[in-house]
Ligand binder design. Structure first.
Ligand SMILES: *Cc1c(COP(=O)(O)O)cnc(C)c1O
Length: 498
């Protein structure tokens, strides 16, 4: 079937229309905006058809609607190279029913977090994009991570010819397992830097470097160009839409919904990338009812959906769900832009206010358009209770991030009586957060060492210890660089020899 071309434009309004491959290469737009498709394509197949397709075929069918300057072969190669035996289940994504809810397990990839869903395909999309556009500079991926993106990006880009990757993470803001996963990375083109600060500091540092023209000029002279593996890259967002289409198709196949009936989707949210992908799936024609945006104690998004005011001036909490410890949700800008009806100047004004005053308030009409979302938050004690409850009721162990969504989902049901079947995005393996998970189930585990806890979790859940965990038990630490947030640029210059 003929594809209608889709172009990508910046939410800040400058730079015109780009092909998908150009937008993927750039990552962030030069004007500081995020790329969005000039229009969201409609699915050109039915959910009944989708129910017959496997993950790879479905991924191809969705990606081709967005990445319209990629050939069929390029897309099929990328999909087949990404969703292969690196995943520990043939299905790639599993939908598990437990205690009346449906958990979409997105963590069966190499680094056992949902970030693998996009980051195992992004290197393929990026190298094809470089080739298509005659770019022969070495691509330098700069990434800020709240814990899971870092290792997933390192694993995706490790030893990919023509690329280098530098990851910044908050030194004291990630779990021990997350940190060890990154520090033991062996890829010869990889660097990992601890930042004395939080995720927002690391993310701001990276955004500043992207916008630094003087640095960019010196990079170009040395044969490098920056790109991003953060969820600001459209090449990450698009592959994430696939699994929501897939989720609906499996709900249909299992008879949980009839064709056309709505599902709700609950997503543990940090940077607003994952839930935005669910929103896009809805815009494409998947019957999506409410999108339940779940936060931990850093409930800036909960307040936003309640009041229409985004206010980041508040204390930052370090929680047991560190990948959601975020006060500036970058991808929200894509939604704001959509709410303004694509008026970049209005979006600009909001983003300007956010950076200078630390807040913005939506106008009335725009607020009404948020009705498709429900924002809720779960406190630390509630998260622990949720893990324990699900274990007791169903013998099913979930990680802390998933537990935030699971808890908020129940709050939403209690509050509204909405009984629509709900898919809960399960974003990480409980092995990745074994300490928090096990102590939620029984305080006695608090005494044990990290790896002892992993053995206990295995005994308790009967789920085999994933290679991602067994590998780090013995692997040598290879990255030791730590910097203040002011030293991030100097670290990059040093790593690249500029
Ligand atoms: C990154 C991450 C999230 C948050 O996803 P966003 O796309 O940033 O909203 C939630 N859970 C886990 C385990 C993650 O790694």
């Amino acid at each position: 079937m003929e594809r209608e071309q889709i172009y990508y434009i910046s939410t800040r309004g400058h730079g015109g229309e780009l092909t998908a491959s150009r937008a993927i290469l750039s990552g962030l737009a030069p004007d500081g905006g995020l790329y969005v498709p000039s229009r969201v394509p409609r699915l050109d197949f039915s959910m009944r058809e989708a129910a017959e397709l496997d993950y790879r075929e479905l991924a191809y069918r969705v990606l081709r609607l967005y990445l319209t300057d990629f050939t069929e072969d390029e897309l099929r190669d990328a999909v087949n190279g990404a969703y292969d035996s690196k995943f520990d289940t043939e299905e790639i994504v599993s939908l598990r029913e437990a205690a009346g809810a449906h958990y979409l397990e997105l963590y069966h990839g190499k680094t056992i977090a949902f970030k693998d869903m996009a980051l195992s395909i992004l290197p393929h999309l990026l190298t094809v994009s470089a080739r298509k556009n005659g770019v022969d500079d070495e691509i330098v991926i700069l990434t800020a991570t709240s814990g899971d993106t870092g290792k997933a990006a390192l694993a995706g880009f490790a030893d990919v010819p023509g690329t280098r990757i530098i990851v910044f993470y908050p030194k004291d803001g990630v779990s021990r397992v997350q940190e060890l996963q990154m520090l033991t990375e062996r890829g010869g083109n990889t660097a990992v830097v601890g930042v004395r600060g939080n995720f927002d500091d690391a993310q701001n540092g990276v955004k500043t470097m992207f916008a630094d023209r003087e640095l960019g000029a010196r990079m170009n002279a040395a044969g490098f160009r920056f790109s991003s593996a953060n969820s600001i890259n459209i090449g990450r967002l698009v592959p994430q839409i696939v699994y929501y289409v897939y989720a609906y198709s499996r709900m249909l196949r299992r008879g949980i919904v009839k064709d056309g009936e709505f599902i709700n989707i609950a997503v543990p949210t940090g940077n607003f990338g994952n839930i935005l992908a669910a929103h896009y799936a809805g815009l494409m024609g998947v019957p999506v009812g409410k999108l339940i945006c779940a936060s931990n104690d850093n409930r800036v998004l909960t307040d936003f959906f309640e009041t229409g005011v985004y206010d980041r001036r508040r204390p930052f909490y370090t929680t047991s769900s560190p990948s959601m410890d975020i006060l500036i949700s970058s991808n929200l800008e894509r939604l704001i832009y959509e709410l303004t009806g694509g008026r970049a100047d209005e979006n600009n004004a909001y983003m300007q206010a956010l950076s200078t005053e630390g807040k913005y308030a939506l106008g009335g009409g725009e607020r009404e358009m948020l009705a498709g979302f429900y924002g809720g938050s779960a406190r630390e004690a509630e998260v622990a209770e949720e893990i324990s409850r699900l274990w007791k009721e169903a013998g099913y162990v979930i990680d802390t991030h998933t537990a935030v969504a699971s808890r908020v989902c129940r709050k939403y049901r209690d509050l509204t009586g909405d009984g629509t079947p709900t898919v809960i995005a399960s974003t990480a393996s409980p092995y990745k957060f074994a300490r928090s998970v096990m102590t939620a189930i029984d305080e006695k585990y608090g005494e044990m060492g990290d790896f002892e806890l992993i053995d206990e979790l295995c005994a308790l859940s009967g789920v085999p210890i994933p290679p991602a965990i067994s590998e780090i038990r013995t692997a040598a630490i290879r990255h030791t660089r730590v910097t203040d947030k002011g030293g991030m640029k100097a670290a990059v210059e040093d790593i690249l020899g500029l």
